[in-house]
Design a protein around this ligand. Structure first.
Ligand SMILES: C[S@@+](CC[C@H](N)C(=O)[O-])C[C@H]1O[C@@H](n2cnc3c(N)ncnc32)[C@H](O)[C@@H]1O
Length: 401
């Protein structure tokens, strides 16, 4: 009797390079840690035999490390804007018998500065990030560098292909495989016009003395988000708030205004995006130079910060992670916020009305007060371990109003 074929579970990726056990980060066993575009790309690389043992490989935007793990016998550099993705890569390397540092990763926003022989680009959700990456790549491609993009067909639009074509050179797409496509690019080295338009910046509409810089991947990159605006208009102002956290800081606009209204406070800016934290740091220093104390940390939620160490956490939670939608990250942020707050410390958040944060906060903190709302957003306040909750401070007015 012939041996039964291995069953493909949603944890085991079967590729020509081998079988790999892969998990998502945050862990979710009901979802695969790779997509059909990863499989297509690995099959294609095997078919065209393009990778030599020593050829340098650069992988961009590999969500959970599936590509880098499957190709880890080559010299691989994996660039990602997401700290969660980097953690997934490390965990998946370990789970497959490699050292956690088998694949080199970025610790800031720049691409590696050495020439690479092959570049694999998973098409990111944010087109601006792709545009920035394609411009940045020009500096590290040599005559024979192979460039292959990949993504689910629903995420590859005419505008996506135009970017490849106008920045790097002639671009074609393959037939579809399980609703995914590859993008094959021939670098035309005579095309060197133009440069990345990122970072760009906007003037903060509620207070024109601030110009807000945004790197390419940033949330609400070209204008202040309406939810963030409502939170700015209902910023707590309390002398007892000496340690303030801007959780999921993006460009840092919320923490910067909190710092302006609470002049004795030190600030902590956290985000899982390298480009977000880099933007927040530039913006905070442009606003306050070195006159104010602040820390800038790329991390997952408030990982690495002590329990009961902060007075106020400000939050405009994310509601999607790369191409997938859900509120799991927001829920972890709320739990972490509660953990790091001192007794009597406050979490103030802005959320879409329909996302039901009120019930979540009530469950977690035992209290929740609505501070303000409009037709789309609500500002909520929850206080940790407080028998008698002090009243919320009155909203501070912007000079320009
Ligand atoms: C809705 S945006 C808010 C950005 C900014 N605070 C504002 O109001 O403009 C949510 C932010 O959360 C960040 N984020 C997502 N998941 C995260 C995580 N696990 N840990 C830390 N930050 C995260 C995103 O990168 C994004 O910058």
């Amino acid at each position: 009797m012939s041996k039964p074929l291995p069953v493909e579970t949603n944890r085991t990726l079967l590729a020509p390079q081998g079988e790999f056990e892969l998990q998502r980060n945050p862990r979710d066993d009901s979802l695969q840690a790779w997509d059909a575009a990863d499989e297509f790309l690995l099959n294609h690389l095997h078919d065209i035999q393009v990778l030599s043992r020593h050829g340098k490989l650069l992988i961009l935007n590999d969500a959970f490390g599936a590509l880098a793990v499957a190709l880890a016998d080559h010299p691989v550099y994996s660039w990602n804007d997401s700290f969660l993705a980097q953690q997934a890569l490390r965990d998946n390397l370990l789970a497959n018998g490699y050292a956690a540092d088998q694949v080199k990763t970025n610790s800031a926003i720049d691409l590696p500065s050495v020439a690479v022989d092959c570049v694999l680009i998973k098409v990111p959700k944010t087109l601006a990030l792709l545009e920035h990456q394609l411009y940045a790549l020009r500096a590290i491609l040599h005559r024979d560098t192979r460039i292959i993009g990949a993504g689910m067909a629903r995420n590859i639009h005419t505008t996506t292909l135009k970017l490849f074509e106008s920045i790097l050179g002639p671009t074609t797409t393959t037939r579809a495989f399980k609703k995914s496509r590859l993008i094959l690019v021939e670098r035309d080295h005579s095309m060197n016009e133009g440069q990345s338009p990122y970072p760009d910046s906007y003037e903060l509409e509620v207070d024109r003395s601030y110009r807000i810089l945004n790197h390419a991947s940033l949330f609400s990159r070209d204008r202040l988000d309406q939810g963030s605006r409502l939170l700015l208009e209902h910023m707590p102002v309390e002398p007892r708030y000496r340690r303030i956290v801007d959780l999921g800081c993006g460009n840092g606009v919320i923490g910067i205004i909190a710092a302006a209204f609470n002049p004795a406070a030190s600030l902590l800016f956290c985000d899982e995006s390298f480009m977000a934290v880099a933007s927040a740091e530039v913006n905070f220093r442009a606003a306050f130079a070195l006159s104010r104390q602040a820390e800038f940390r790329v991390t997952d939620c408030l990982q690495g910060f002590a329990n009961a160490s902060q007075d106020l956490v400000l939050l405009n939670p994310p509601f999607h992670q790369q191409h997938s939608v859900g509120d799991a990250v927001a829920w972890r942020m709320l739990k972490d916020a509660r953990r790091v707050l001192v007794a009597g410390g406050e979490l103030r958040l802005v959320g879409n009305r329909h996302l039901g944060y009120h019930a979540k906060l009530k469950k977690l903190f035992g209290n929740c007060e609505t501070i303000a709302s409009n037709n789309k957003f609500v500002i909520l306040r929850a206080v940790k371990n407080q028998a008698s909750i002090p009243a919320a401070s009155t909203p501070q007015k912007f000079d320009s109003e």
